[in-house]
Design a protein around this ligand. Structure first.
Ligand code: SF4
Length: 479
């Protein structure tokens, strides 16, 4: 997805999808676990940049440090050196429920008669109010996020062990929750029965274990990816080693978020053992077959659309060129240029490479169009740089429904494809042609069964945990 400018012209605020969070856990008696969690979170920073935290247990108590901001601004040698122990839980957050304040930063610390625990949650519950009503009247909620409700439910759940308590919460909690939880003696990982958000585990060369939202976090610290944690599975690691409890019975269809493949996950991550990069290349190839273009060069909007652009170029036999250079250092605290600078055409996020675009018929590949505020600016930028024709190709089908599972997308009213046909969108973005990847083409490129994925925002095929607030549109309506 293009991340060039917001509606005002600069910040990437209006037309991007935001992921809910990244989580990690480490159990490694022979390692500096806080440092491992820190580097794992660094690899997951793309999943959330608002706040981050690490909780560490030394076997006796849990110490937690969490703050607003990027990892690099929160942790330094001094902070890490205070986090000593052999079990760590880490979190990096983008808020979808609950405001962006430090009290909502994670891991959250809770205490039960079984001892204290730290929990990090990625996802979005769909029945938070119902769950809130289940809590004891005396329960005080400090934060405003659904994650705290989940944590309190575990505290109050029946069961003589944490596994039993987590299982009983799974029976009532609906929506997306991929979680890492640590006590003073053990590390747990569990995933909602639909498996909406990814969660995997691996082993460390020293004999320890790691859990993470994406395998890129394991690879970053030298851990070996073992497998995804299955929907409704609970895994835990303690002094006796690794344990797992599968779902008692498979009651729900799995529904991994398709946008993990299209956009969220890092291309070097694996899902079900297959790299996201490979899937994105396949999407680009399929897109070229479905919507070929009479053009001279192919480029992609950096960064997430690059594999799709390479696949499109390969399949169509056209050269792949870099058309835009992205400034990767523009963060959330970035100072906006004033109107005068914008009028002068200041481009802070992307700059075009004129030599590759001048007098060329250009195919530009991007991964999605949400509100449609960014794509016209990209098209315009390419034309200003001398492109003779601009053909936009999108590696996702049109987004026609909102997400209820933790992706901060847009309302139906704001989604351009929910309100306009493809020819109308082409006209609005000012492209010479526009083509979206079909749902069938997307599913085939991903290589997973359609029934294993959530396609709610694209086709209305939400998992049975979602009760849309308005009738969902099928992609056929707007194809
Ligand atoms: S509705 Fe779309 S963004 Fe939300 S979980 Fe489903 S596929 Fe992902």
């Amino acid at each position: 997805m293009a991340r060039a400018f917001d509606a005002e012209g600069v910040l990437p605020a209006g037309d991007v999808l935001h992921e809910a969070c990244g989580v990690t856990g480490v159990y490694a008696p022979k390692e500096d676990v806080a440092r491992l969690a820190y580097f794992a979170l660094y690899a997951l920073q793309h999943r959330g940049q608002e706040s981050a935290g690490i909780a560490v247990s030394d076997g006796g108590s849990i110490v937690c440090h969490r703050e607003m901001g990027l990892l690099s601004s929160i942790f330094d040698e001094e902070v890490l050196s205070r986090l000593r122990g052999y079990i760590a839980t880490g979190h990096t957050r983008y808020s979808t429920t609950g405001s962006s304040v430090v009290v909502n930063a994670q891991p959250l610390l809770e205490s039960t008669e079984l001892g204290e625990f730290a929990i990090a949650h990625n996802g979005n519950l769909t029945n938070t109010e119902e769950l809130r009503a289940r809590l004891l009247p005396s329960t005080v909620l400090q934060a405003t996020s659904d994650s705290e409700v989940l944590a309190k439910l575990i505290v109050e759940a029946p069961g003589a062990s944490l596994v039993q308590r987590i299982r009983s919460v799974m029976e009532v909690a609906e929506g997306a929750y991929s979680c890492v939880l640590s006590t003073t003696k053990a590390l747990y990982g569990f995933r909602d029965p639909w498996g909406v958000r990814p969660l995997c585990y691996g082993t460390l060369p020293s004999g320890g274990y790691m859990i993470a939202s994406e395998s890129c976090a394991l690879a970053t610290v030298g851990a070996t990816y073992v497998r995804e944690i299955d929907p409704a599975e609970i895994v835990w690691i303690d002094a006796d080693g690794f344990h797992s409890e599968a779902a008692p019975e498979q009651e729900h269809q799995p529904a991994l978020c398709t946008f993990e493949y299209i956009y969220f996950a890092r291309p070097d991550s694996l899902l079900k053992g297959r790299s996201i990069y490979t899937a994105r290349i396949a999407m680009g190839r399929q897109l070229a077959r479905e919507h070929p273009a009479d053009a001279d060069v192919v480029m992609a909007v950096p960064d997430s659309a690059i594999p799709g652009g390479i696949g499109f170029a390969d399949e169509s036999g056209l050269p792949y060129v870099e058309g835009l250079i992205k400034n990767r250092y523009i963060g959330r605290t970035f100072i906006s240029p004033n109107q005068k600078m914008r009028d002068l055409g200041v481009h802070l996020k992307f700059n075009p490479i004129v030599e590759n675009l001048q007098n060329q018929r250009v195919v530009v590949v991007d991964d999605s169009i949400v509100r449609g505020t960014t794509t016209p600016r990209i098209v315009n930028l390419l034309r200003q740089a001398g492109a003779r024709e601009v053909h936009v190709r999108i590696t996702s089908p049109p987004i026609v429904n909102p997400c209820y599972l933790g992706v901060d997308m847009a309302t139906r009213r704001e989604l351009i494809a929910a309100n306009h046909s493809v020819p109308e969108i082409r006209e609005r973005i000012g492209a010479d042609s526009l083509g979206y990847l079909s749902v069938e083409g997307l599913v085939e490129s991903i290589g997973r069964a359609r029934g294993e994925m959530c396609l709610g925002c694209l086709t209305g095929e939400y998992p049975d945990t979602v009760r849309p607030s308005e009738p969902a549109l099928s992609e056929a309506v707007h194809a």
